[in-house]
Design a protein around this ligand. Structure first.
Ligand SMILES: [Zn+2]
Length: 845
């Protein structure tokens, strides 16, 4: 019998929200895309990130801008003073000082004072110029001071200051682009495209935090700058490193280049000992136009848009080139820091402004979705006049303690979202429809367009999704675009939002050419000729060729080497295609024998191939060797099994902890998986029959008889229930996994691959927690935390959270209203505790 443990008087329950929110909004991960499901399976990482004080992605504020303006005002006074008006003490250093003394005649003492004066003056000029758009001196005067500063430094190198302005104008030698591992990951933001999604964002947060609709929840809103994220690391006030976002975990070291950006202070006064400031490097419209003019004049590359220009300028190997490009920087977030910047997002941004960063003046606090949307519309109206590109508005939970509680999904914070502006539109002609075959065999139609500029970018391809979409229907058979189908030769409206792949928004029927035919979607795979089948409930038509289909094989290999999977440096999509075409690799296992077949001493060698040399070939072999040891989750994800995204792969790895254990369990569950499918089919048949006969469908009976007919062993049933009971897995994914393991070709490929690998189990659970390694089920109403939060915290402590009670369950946490799960736990003798007992057990952590 389940014994009650840790039972104590219920503490103060006031403020508890009613209802038990579902742990997941998207219960079954049905998308191929990594990270599609918001499973809490990634919560372990999320909470670690939160513990290390990972914060944020964006901000800026009005008070900060006010400070800047004030600084600009002061500088203005000083500039006047340098004209020699009066002799107030403060101005002595910043005024003329020894400015009249020629560099060659300066004494060391005078030189020191002069360097100090120039550092201060140039810093103020930079600030006034970039922060306030109110330059306090002419460019020529500015340049003259920069040169004077440089000459004094050349004559008195020992006197060069830590905050020397010359550090900002491109004198530092290139440091190349070595890799930088971010101390705190740089994450991206989830996107929203319409107002309903903002309301949903707010209610999702309230559900997660267990807040009622009446509770006050404040957000910040700020324009989303369309530039490049940059992380600046300051130690003891000095800028020591600047890194691009890269993949979020590892970026490029662009320190020398960042030092040339005037909005980026080289030194901070009274800053925390360690502070990583994050923000966006961008180029203003006017600067962009002028740059492109100069580029065109000197017959150099003209940039497509300010963002590309900013990216191209920041990532120059020669910092002198970066220095010549007019880059700017808005600070809006932070990474690692030795002390908090503030208790709220807004306070923290104000602190960044006080430290000397330029923050965005349009940042405000908003009480709830109505105010957020009002601010969104305000910013959207100002968009054209801002002078720099923005592509939406970012909202963040203001309270940083709440940000920490909310934590992260695999790649995005739960407490922030980017509300994108509507897409940019343009009309052009559809010249052809091509079919691409994906990794899971899906035939994806692609529109080949007469090139057209949409929002500053030339577009010549757009996705057409699937055959229904071309025909003018959505997945449920409802009309889209008023039912207009898309035909080759049509005038189509292309739309594009941010980095999203361009889509076809509308068709102009008036301009449809005579005799244009409805598009006949292929029924065979254009790559291998196998039949392309569309299954019930699947939007895509899929090639049935499996591994004999070259397109699928190549896409699988590309997925295998991709960043979130094996991440093999030097083996990108292009190389995979070449190697596959030449028969060098056909399946993942072949990658690990590449060196034996084409390495040093072989008849044909990689280093002799066009585009390769001794070094690059050696590097590739080394990168491959490096990945012979691989975390289990990456292996599972890398196999490219349909529906198994990054999050699901991690859930599976955490649950089984071992490849062989997972393979055995999936094999064992196979009869039950087939019975499940048979039951699904019986259910469909019953629904159709009932519809035709005009009676109520007997779903339960039809499913049960289908399962009974198959005589599934108990062990299979238990293994299947264990698999689909993993929170975030479910039957759709379970079936897909089961099919992959039962497919002879795929299984042989898995086995061949694993022979080359050392598979690393997931991180050992936090060893000091009594729940580490335990399988826990939550049921009933939790009153002090929501289900999602409970799950995230349990997983952070190393527990496995399951959705159903079985013999493998170690602990049931039952709140009021617990029903069948509590009874089943009692029958199985599973230990059962209440919420307070649970909190006590995990030490209130
Ligand atoms: Zn095919």
């Amino acid at each position: 019998m389940g014994r009650k443990r840790g039972q104590q008087d219920a503490k103060d329950h006031t403020g508890a929200d009613a209802g038990a929110p579902r742990a997941r909004d998207d219960a079954e991960g049905t998308a191929d895309a990594p990270g599609a499901g918001d499973s809490g399976g990634d919560a372990g990482d999320d909470l670690r990130a939160a513990d290390s004080d990972a914060a944020g992605v964006s901000a800026g504020d009005q008070a900060g801008a006010g400070d800047d303006a004030a600084a600009g005002g002061d500088a203005g006074d000083d500039a006047d003073a340098s004209g020699g008006e009066d002799g107030r003490e403060r101005r002595a250093a910043q005024g003329q000082g020894f400015g009249n003394v020629a560099v060659a005649e300066l004494t060391p003492e005078q030189a020191g004072a002069e360097l100090e004066r120039l550092a201060s003056l140039l810093t103020q000029a930079d600030r006034a110029y970039h922060g306030d758009d109110a330059p306090i001196m002419a460019d020529a005067d500015y340049d003259a001071l920069v040169i004077r500063n440089r000459e004094i430094e050349a004559r008195f190198p020992d006197l060069k200051r830590a905050d020397s302005p010359s550090e900002r104008v491109g004198f530092t030698p290139s440091e190349g682009f070595s890799k930088v591992t971010h101390a705190v990951r740089m994450l991206s933001l989830g996107n929203a495209f319409d107002e309903d999604e903002i309301a949903e964002f707010d209610s999702r947060i309230r559900r997660y935090l267990g807040m009622g609709t009446g509770d006050r929840l404040t957000y910040t809103s700020e324009p989303k700058i369309d530039g490049l994220s940059l992380s600046l690391r300051y130690e003891n006030g000095a800028l020591v490193q600047a890194a691009t976002r890269g993949d979020g975990a590892v970026g490029e070291n662009v320190t020398a280049n960042a030092r040339t950006i005037k909005d980026i202070p080289g030194r901070l006064e009274e800053a925390p000992d360690v502070l990583e400031v994050r923000g966006e490097v961008y180029m203003a419209h006017a600067d962009f136009a002028a740059l492109n003019e100069r580029q065109a004049d000197s017959a150099q590359k003209v940039f497509a848009n300010p963002r590309n220009a900013a990216a191209g300028s920041l990532r120059q190997l020669d910092p002198a080139i970066t220095a010549s490009r007019p880059l700017r920087f808005f600070a809006y977030a932070w990474g690692a820091h030795s002390e908090p910047l503030g208790e709220t997002q807004m306070e923290s941004i104000e602190r960044l402004a006080a430290l000397g960063f330029v923050t965005n003046p349009l940042t405000t606090r908003c009480d709830g979705p109505d105010e957020m949307l009002a601010q969104y519309r305000r910013i959207e109206q100002m968009r054209a006049e801002l002078g720099y590109d923005i592509d939406g508005v970012v909202y963040k939970v203001d309270d940083i303690a709440l940000q920490h509680r909310l934590g992260y999904r695999s790649t995005t914070p739960r407490w922030a979202i980017a509300h994108k502006f509507p897409a940019e539109l343009a009309w052009t002609r559809l010249e052809a429809i091509d079919i691409q075959v994906g990794r899971t065999g899906a035939l994806s139609p692609v529109a080949r367009l007469h090139p057209v500029t949409v929002g500053g970018v030339v577009v010549s391809n757009a996705t057409l999704h699937n055959e229904d979409y071309i025909a003018g229907r959505d997945a449920r058979g409802n009309e889209i675009r008023g039912g207009k189908d898309i035909r080759v030769g049509d005038w189509v409206q292309v739309y594009r939002a941010g980095d999203v792949i361009p889509k076809i928004n509308d068709v102009d029927l008036e301009k449809r050419p005579e005799g244009a035919q409805r598009y006949d979607f292929p029924k065979t795979c254009p790559e291998c000729g196998s039949p392309a089948i569309r299954e019930e409930g699947d939007a895509a038509r899929r090639c049935t060729g499996g591994l004999i289909c070259p397109a699928q094989a190549v896409e699988k290999l590309k997925h295998f080497v991709s960043r979130a999977a094996f991440d093999i440096e030097g083996l990108g999509a292009k190389q995979v295609e070449q190697f596959y075409r030449d028969g060098w690799i056909g399946e993942p296992a072949d990658i690990f024998t590449l060196k034996d077949r084409y390495g040093p001493g072989c008849m044909t060698q990689l280093r002799n191939r066009e585009g390769w040399g001794e070094t690059s070939a050696g590097n590739l072999f080394e990168a491959i060797e490096d990945k012979r040891s691989i975390p289990l989750a990456r292996l599972i994800f890398g196999l490219g099994i349909r529906h198994v995204g990054e999050v699901a792969a991690r859930d599976l790895a955490l649950h089984y902890r071992d490849w062989d254990a997972m393979a055995r369990a999936v094999d064992l569950a196979r009869p039950a998986a087939l019975a499940h499918r048979a039951a699904d089919e019986a259910e469909d048949a019953e629904r159709i029959a009932a519809g035709e006969e005009g009676r109520r469908a007997r779903i339960k009976e039809s499913r049960e008889s289908a399962i009974a007919a198959l005589d599934v062993p108990d062990a299979a049933r238990a293994a299947w229930e264990d698999l689909i009971g993993i929170d975030g897995i479910g039957a759709v994914l379970g079936l897909s996994l089961s099919d992959a393991f039962a497919n002879d070709h795929e299984r042989a490929a898995f086995d061949a691959l694993c022979k080359h690998l050392t598979i690393e189990p997931p991180d050992a659970p936090a060893s000091d927690s009594p729940v580490a390694g335990k399988t826990v089920v939550f049921t009933g109403t939790l009153e002090k935390m929501t289900r999602a939060e409970a799950k995230a915290r349990a997983e952070a402590l190393g527990a496995k959270v399951s959705g159903s009670v079985s013999a493998k369950t170690d602990l049931l946490v039952a709140g009021p209203g617990a029903g069948s799960k509590a009874k089943k736990a009692a029958d199985l003798g599973v230990e059962t505790i209440d919420e307070d007992g649970w909190l006590q057990l995990i030490g209130g952590s």
